[in-house]
Design a binder for this molecule. Structure first.
Ligand SMILES: NC(=O)C1=CN([C@@H]2O[C@H](COP(=O)(O)OP(=O)(O)OC[C@H]3O[C@@H](n4cnc5c(N)ncnc54)[C@H](OP(=O)(O)O)[C@@H]3O)[C@@H](O)[C@H]2O)C=CC1
Ligand SMILES: O=C(O)CCCC(=O)O
Length: 484
């Protein structure tokens, strides 16, 4: 039993058209605690028929929802926000139990998730169009913003709350309905958010949460002509596949995919601040974040000093069950994640990497892993190309700015990049030249509801959060008034 003030938040049925349901065939998925493998709950393994019903319900709900004023939609979103924050502790307990991150981080994620609902409760009132000056005297040109229709969302396990609200809140604000398929490892936070939306007064069918087979649900969502928008956060491989599956129905797409963020420390940087930034960027959520620093480049003059300071900070991390007081790094999500970190470490050590700390599975067993730092990293190593998605910080050494920019941009990914420098001219130069959608300058934490989150190259399409986030759920309709 989870220690919840409100046990009703622990839902073990899926939400379709305002009803809490089991799968048609009664099949379930088990949800386990990554910290110790304990069974927490079972959720329905929904399939194709249930997905079709959810889409039909969403289409019916959307036909009414789009007629509401932005102000009316804003009121419901604000209620949802308030309920999420009122239940912050319970939601964090559910999140930590199924995902593993420390409870303090989970509380932070719930507040972060809620911030998108708060933000888009305001934006709901601002679906402005345009009036363009006409090139002909007898015409007037007006652009209306209209909701795209039914939106589907497929979300990952690493941020089980925030990746949902970052999609759902702008969708509802814009006048769309949603069918959500959360990650199978973390469905409970999603279902709890669905229940709170219901408590907030969302009409039946507006927000449907389907747990179950990714391929079966994904196939129906992408094939359906009623679904006009798909927003996905997850691996580049699955994103590419969903993009192909969405091609026959030409859906509007938002894809927030993998990253391989460079984190650059110039010799004029405030080294203590850079270490602090590297810690938050690299080790937040045990390194399982798409915007995590994956390659840390340090200028030669400060390389060893930075390395020593980073190792001291890493050795102060407390690995443990996320529910245990004082834990600052929980377990990795599963054995596959541990195997990937091990593969990257073994590869680096075989190619001349120098292990400064960590490097092993943690004595706690299961999927706990020691936070690790490897020096003398080189471009031949796997982490130079692939995201590790774990608590491994590789340190590359560089001499000059052109060399480091070339190295940083030598990636198929382009999500986030970070650098530390006190030189203003250099800051502009590097910020402009890094090939990525987001740049942290003298900070390792760029995520908030106000900044546009998203990548370039194979890191994806579109932007989430911010004043741009609602555009992803809106179409522009051009009206040409003639004969005036
Ligand atoms: N950009 C990011 O934020 C994330 C990046 N990743 C990267 O991806 C790697 C693998 O993680 P993983 O969890 O496997 O990521 P996936 O991309 O496989 O999973 C993300 C979501 O997509 C769903 N999904 C998986 N396959 C399909 C499919 N064929 N059709 C429709 N939906 C699908 C998953 O469902 P289900 O859980 O049911 O399989 C989940 O809801 C990580 O190591 C990391 O490198 C992972 C998560 C987030
Ligand atoms: O890793 C991700 O999938 C999303 C990034 C979390 C954040 O918003 O910072």
């Amino acid at each position: 039993m989870l220690p919840l003030h409100n046990p009703a938040l622990l839902r073990q049925q899926a939400l379709i058209n305002g009803q809490w349901l089991d799968a048609d065939d009664g099949q379930h998925l088990a949800v386990h605690k990554p910290a110790n493998g304990e069974l927490i709950a079972r959720v329905p393994a929904m399939g194709q028929a249930e997905t079709r019903r959810a889409i039909t319900a969403a289409a019916a709900a959307q036909a009414q929802w789009k007629l509401q004023t932005g102000k009316a939609r804003s009121v419901l979103l604000r209620r949802w926000y308030e309920l999420i924050m009122a239940n912050q502790q319970d939601l964090a307990v559910i999140l930590t139990s199924e995902q593993g991150k420390p409870l303090s981080e989970a509380r932070g994620e719930i507040a972060y998730a809620a911030s998108f609902v708060d933000w888009f409760a305001d934006e709901a009132k601002r679906g402005y169009g345009d009036v363009a000056p006409s090139p002909q005297a007898d015409k007037r040109i007006v652009v209306l913003k209209q909701p795209v229709g039914v939106a589907a969302a497929i979300t990952p396990w690493n941020f089980p709350a925030a990746m949902i609200t970052r999609k759902a809140a702008p969708a509802f604000a814009a006048g769309c309905a949603m069918v959500l398929k959360p990650a199978s490892q973390t469905p409970l936070t999603a279902l709890a958010l669905g229940w709170l939306a219901e408590q907030a007064g969302f009409p039946a069918g507006l927000f449907n949460v389907l747990t179950g087979s990714a391929t079966l649900i994904g196939e129906v969502l992408t094939a359906s002509p009623l679904v006009r928008k798909l927003s996905f956060t997850g691996s580049t491989e699955v994103g590419r596949q969903l993009m192909a599956q969405s091609a026959p129905t030409i859906k509007k797409l938002s894809l927030e995919l993998g990253g391989n963020a460079p984190f650059i420390v110039f010799e004029d940087a405030d080294l203590d601040a850079a270490v602090e930034g590297a810690m938050v960027s690299k080790f937040r959520n045990a390194g399982q974040t798409c915007v995590c620093a994956n390659r840390i480049y340090v200028q030669r003059a400060v390389y060893e000093r930075f390395a020593a300071k980073l190792v001291a900070a890493v050795q102060a991390l407390q690995v443990g069950d996320g529910m245990a007081p004082g834990s600052t790094q929980g377990p990795l999500i599963d054995a596959r994640a541990v195997a990937k970190v091990e593969e990257h470490i073994a590869d680096a050590l075989a190619k001349g990497g120098r292990l400064l700390c960590g490097g092993q599975r943690h004595a706690l067993g299961g999927s706990f892993f020691e936070p690790t730092v490897i020096a003398d990293a080189s471009p031949a190593m796997l982490f130079a190309r692939e995201e590790t998605f774990g608590p491994l910080a590789p340190l590359f050494c560089f001499d000059d700015i052109d060399e480091v920019i070339r190295a940083a941009n030598d990636s198929e990914f382009g999500l986030a990049g970070y650098f530390y420098s006190r030189d203003l001219a250099r800051a502009w130069q590097v910020a402009e030249q890094l090939e990525c959608g987001m740049v942290g300058i003298n900070t390792g934490l760029i995520s908030n509801e106000v900044g546009p989150f998203g990548g370039i190259k194979q890191s994806g399409l579109g932007r989430e959060g911010s004043r741009y986030g609602m555009d992803e759920y809106l179409e522009s309709k051009y009206l040409c008034f003639g004969g005036l």
